[in-house]
Design a protein around this ligand. Structure first.
Ligand code: NAD
Length: 283
C-alpha cells in the first residue's frame, strides 16, 4: 500500500520527533495534540532540531524546508485523509484504546493505525478497533531524528501487508525496522527498563552516587550514556509505566519498580521534560 499522508497523535517528546522525520522523508504530515501549548512546543522543538541537523550537514536545505509544511491541529479534524496514523500519547492502555476507537471510526478503511507504545500489548490496543489486521506497533527510539531503530511489533491479527507497508515507511524515513513479537516491553524495554530500574535500586540503597553508577556503565560497559541519565531522557513516568506493565503482565516480582522511582514520579521529577530528574537541567 502507498502511504502519502501521516497523522501523528500526541505532540510530546516522541510525537514531535516522529512528525519531523515523517515530514523530512517527504510525507504530508499532520500532528495533533489536545493541549495547544504542546503543539507550540513541538513546533519550536522541530525547528531547533532541524537547524542543528542542517548546521552539521546532516540535512539538505530542501529536506529542512519540508518541516515548514507540517500542519498542527488540536482536534482530529483531518485524520480522515491519513494513510498511516501514528499514536504517541501517554503510556496508558485506556487512553490509547479511546484514541484507537475514535481514530478507527474517523479513518478511511485502508488506513493503518500504529502505536508508538513502549510496552503495551498491540493486540489489546487493536481489540477495540474493527481493523485489528491494520493495527501495528511502531516503536521509535528517543531522540527520534537521531536513532536508527524502529521496533516494529506485530499484534496477534496484524496482516503481512500492514507489516510490509510499515517496514517500507520506516526505511523511507531512513530508519532500520526490526520485527518483534507482541510481548510486554517487546525486545527493547524488556531488557532496557529492568537495567535502569536496577540502577535506581543501586542509588536508593547507596551502592553508589548517581555519577558513579552512570560512570561505571559508560566507562566499564561502553554504554554511550549512563542508565540514570538515560532515565531522565526517556522520562521517569515512562520508565515507571513500563516496569508496572512488565511486573503485571509477566507476573514476576523481579520487575518490581524501585520505590525511589515511584517517589520521584509522584514529586513530578520526570527528567529532562520537567527540568529535574536524577540530574537538573536548565530550561
Ligand atoms: N520518551 C521516550 O523515550 C519514549 C521512547 C519510545 C516510546 N515512547 C512512548 O511514546 C509515547 C509518548 O511518550 P512521550 O515521551 O512522547 O510522552 P510526552 O508526555 O512527552 O507526550 C505525550 C503527549 O500526548 C498528548 N496527549 C495526551 N492525551 C492525548 C489525547 N487524548 N489526544 C492527543 N494528545 C494527547 C499530551 O498532551 C502530550 O503532548 C508513550 O507511549 C511512550 O511510552 C516514549
Amino acid at each position: 500500500m502507498d502511504v502519502g499522508e501521516i497523522y501523528v497523535i500526541g505532540a510530546g517528546t516522541m510525537g514531535s520527533g516522529i512528525a519531523q522525520v515523517a515530514a523530512i522523508a517527504g510525507y504530508h504530515t499532520i500532528v495533533m495534540d489536545i493541549i495547544p501549548e504542546q503543539l507550540e512546543k513541538a513546533k519550536e522543538a522541530i525547528q531547533r532540531s532541524v537547524e542543528k541537523l542542517l548546521s552539521k550537514g546532516q540535512l539538505t536545505a530542501e529536506q529542512a524546508q519540508r518541516v515548514e509544511a507540517i500542519r498542527y491541529e488540536k482536534e482530529m479534524k483531518s485524520i480522515g485523509f491519513a494513510d498511516l496514523v501514528i499514536e504517541a500519547v501517554v503510556e496508558d492502555l485506556s487512553t490509547k484504546q479511546a484514541i484507537f476507537r475514535q481514530a478507527d471510526g474517523l479513518c478511511q478503511e485502508n488506513a493503518i493505525l500504529a502505536s508508538n507504545t513502549s510496552s503495551i500489548s498491540i493486540t489489546k490496543i487493536a481489540s477495540v478497533t474493527r481493523r485489528p489486521q491494520k493495527v501495528i506497533g511502531m516503536h521509535f527510539m528517543n531522540p527520534v531524528p537521531l536513532m536508527r531503530l524502529v521496533e516494529v511489533i506485530r499484534g496477534f491479527m496484524t496482516s503481512n501487508e500492514t507489516l510490509q507497508t510499515v517496514m517500507d515507511v520506516c526505511r523511507q524515513m531512513g530508519k532500520e525496522p526490526i520485527e518483534a513479537n507482541d510481548s510486554p516491553g517487546f525486545i527493547s524495554n524488556r531488557i532496557l527498563c529492568p537495567m535502569i530500574n536496577e540502577a535506581i535500586f543501586a542509588l536508593q540503597e547507596g551502592v553508589g552516587t548517581r555519577e558513579a553508577i552512570d560512570a561505571v556503565m559508560r566507562l566499564g560497559m561502553n554504554h554511550p550514556i549512563g542508565p540514570l541519565a538515560l532515565a531522565d531522557l526517556i522520562g521517569l513516568d515512562v520508565v515507571l509505566a513500563v516496569m508496572e506493565i512488565l511486573q503485571r503482565d509477566l507476573g514476576e516480582d523481579k520487575y518490581r519498580p524501585a520505590y525511589l522511582l515511584r517517589k520521584m514520579v509522584a514529586a513530578g521529577h520526570l527528567g529532562r521534560k520537567t527540568g529535574r530528574g536524577f540530574y537538573e537541567y536548565a530550561s
